[in-house]
Design a protein around this ligand. Structure first.
Ligand code: FER
Length: 294
């Protein structure tokens, strides 16, 4: 994690305008009321979880470009391929989405998924997988400049870019198991909202869905999951949030809805704010829950 990037995001989020960006399905920051079951589902990560190990095999991180018909522009995404990746062996894919102030480099800067996954794979705690980190701001200028909250509509447009441009590009260029059981979608904050919206909206495409500290772009629960029975076919539905995050009411509300409907899910609340340390440990445990069928 680069402290500067994190500090910047935190400063930006603390300096939020009083009024909420228009057109979001949920209200933004609110006072925090914790409930009985707002508890960690996993312990703090073990020693060495985020230490680079010289002696183990390492995957490769590559920034690639693709033509987005949706945006009408050439766009970038960061792609991790695990150690020993070869075009002859098809792998599952995790699509991992960033927050409102981020871009295709944010996960790498905040949580170093390549390092976490190299370690987890070496220890037999996660399956080899490809991780795709695209830019979720689907507009011609997709840099997080100016008032980043003004770009919120482009995060909704990204659904089309993801389904029609990003996924087909990955499936054409990499050796990929291209079915729902081997396709996961997760993200932090705006990316968490996108993952819940797009993932639960397309159960035929994604069997593994995770929202980390999901933002006000998360659809209202009744719209997110009108058919609770359909969600039972998910292999994983993950919700996590920091107990000191002013957006926790959003995750709490989705969790309460899932509980009421009897939809199995992971609920992981730890002692963090809306910050990179929350997302890094959430990713660490989320990756271990992706037990793709062989
Ligand atoms: C908002 C508050 C927070 C909002 C988005 C966020 C679009 C997202 C935060 C993040 O991605 O870290 O009102 O509206």
């Amino acid at each position: 994690m680069k402290t500067t990037a994190c500090t910047l995001l935190l400063a930006m989020l603390t300096a939020l305008p009083a009024q909420e960006p228009p057109g979001q399905p949920r209200k933004a920051w609110s006072s925090i009321v914790l409930h009985e079951d707002d508890k960690p589902a996993f312990p703090p990560p073990p020693q060495g979880w985020d230490t680079h190990r010289e002696t183990i095999p390492h995957g490769t991180l590559a920034m690639i470009e693709y033509d987005s018909k949706t945006v009408g522009a050439r766009r970038r995404m960061n792609v991790y391929t695990p150690p020993g990746y070869s075009p002859g062996t098809k792998l599952p894919v995790l699509y991992l989405l960033h927050g409102i102030g981020g871009d295709e480099t944010e996960w790498e800067r905040f949580a170093n998924p390549a390092l976490l996954l190299d370690n987890l794979i070496a220890d037999g705690k996660a399956s080899p997988m490809i991780v795709v980190m695209p830019n979720g701001r689907a507009q011609k200028d997709d840099r997080p400049t100016g008032d980043v909250f003004k770009h919120a509509p482009a995060f909704a447009v990204f659904e089309k870019d993801l389904l029609q441009d990003v996924i087909p590009t990955i499936e054409a260029r990499y050796a990929v198991l291209a079915d729902r059981d081997h396709r996961a979608l997760a993200g932090l904050s705006m990316g968490g909202g996108q993952s819940l919206n797009f993932g639960l909206g397309h159960p035929e495409l994604f069997a593994w869905v995770g929202g980390f500290s999901s933002a006000p772009n998360t659809r209202k629960s009744v719209e997110l999951l009108p058919d609770a029975a359909a969600a039972r076919h998910l292999k994983l539905l993950w919700l996590s949030c920091g107990s000191r995050d002013g957006l926790i009411h959003i995750s709490q509300d989705v969790h309460a809805w899932l509980k009421e409907k009897g939809v199995p899910h992971v609920w992981h609340v730890t002692d963090h704010k809306h910050d990179a340390s929350e997302w890094k440990q959430a990713l660490y445990y989320f990756l271990q829950q992706l037990r793709f069928p062989s």
